[in-house]
Design a protein around this ligand. Sequence first.
Ligand code: ARG
Length: 465
Amino acid sequence: MMKLWGTRFSQSQSELLELFNASIDFDKTLYKQDIKGSKAHAKGLFKIGILTKEELDSITAGLERVQKEIEEGKFVFKLSHEDIHMSIETRLTELIGEVGKKLHTARSRNDQVALDFSLYCNEENAYLQNLILELITTLTNLASLHTTTLMPGMTHLQHAQPISFGFHLMAWVASLKKDYLRFKSAKERNDECPLGSAALAGSVYGNDRDFVAKELGYTRASMNAMESVSSRDFALDLSYAIATLMMHISRMAEELILWSSYEFKFVSFSDEYSTGSSIMPQKKNPDVAELLRGKSGRTFGNLMALLTVLKGLPLAYNKDMQEDKEGVFDSVATAKISLLILKASLETLSIHKENMLAMCQKGHLNATDLADFLVKEHAIAFRDAHHIVGRCVLKAESLGLDLSQIDLHELKDLLPKDVDFKVLKKTLDLNSCMERRDTLGGTASSQTLSQIEEIKQWLKQTLNS
Ligand code: ARG
């Protein structure tokens, strides 16, 4: 079969090259965007007098028939048609005859593929933004039930200071809000239409690029034709936003894995979102969280692969760029299912408050508060207070007790003579320690509640905009 571009060739293509060169196996994912782009292009051609109204109507109807064939599984994808662009154009001409051959006036596959892929990235970006907002909603609702649920806050994975479970969840939400904004800004930055850039230099037909851009839902046409067919910034931005999101998700997943272990038992996954072992009958494994942690890796790889494909390429289009798609498709699919399953498993998670509380009684979570008490009530310099508390911790450990459990009179010799033990006892109460951090962004339940309120307001505004 003769290629659409085949006239200047006297020998037919080797089968091996056909196999090597074709992208149809994966770029058929872009059929909808390709058809949408072709319809807008045809309208543009009509606007500048290249197509008559009948020709436009015939092409539009033909493209709709092609779409239907694809969606009904009747379309035959052939390796010999190389890619989705030539597959659709070939079939269109088979269906509507000669007029189909006019569609490729004033465009090239170079601006066509840039358009299809940019449309795909922007559409998937919008979908992922919604999924992120849904996950944020789930987490914020869960957090609002746990603003006073004490749990040990950690640094270096060692007990540090008491926090609430709700406060911890709102830390995740803060990351996810930044992720959302990263997706949003990626979409805004790449809100420009490549179509009409043609091969690299624009066209001689006077295309109304702004008209076509608006038809396709962009706010503007790209500035420079050569940059526009050479750039995959829209795909890089999306890949980076996904990689960062997945990095955040992997950290949440890691905490869920730790928390669901016997050593912590802060949470349990529902049976619906847990798996078993083929040999150990008792096992209930957090595979969901482990896969979430693991899947982040491929999205980092996809980002790196795309950067590497593009590195050092001269302008404009180079066939290397055909390698741009599969990794992005993979990252998008990975992010989608990850966001969905994380949300679903959080909605069915059991929270074991009593175990969180019990673990707060280990690791002297109130030690900093004792030092702060000495600073505030006894005018001791913080560094000296730190030394005094260090000695108190040693003493408590020698008695096999936690600072939250010890009878404070045991520490009498280490503390100032005039210590008021009643006040001190209240000061060291774990709940008071958590509530005392009442600075903006701190652990106090009022602060967590105001974070929750802020996010709820923001969600409302964002969902209405
Ligand atoms: N299949 C190609 C790709 O995915 C389409 C663009 C081809 N352009 C060209 N001049 N060969 O990048």
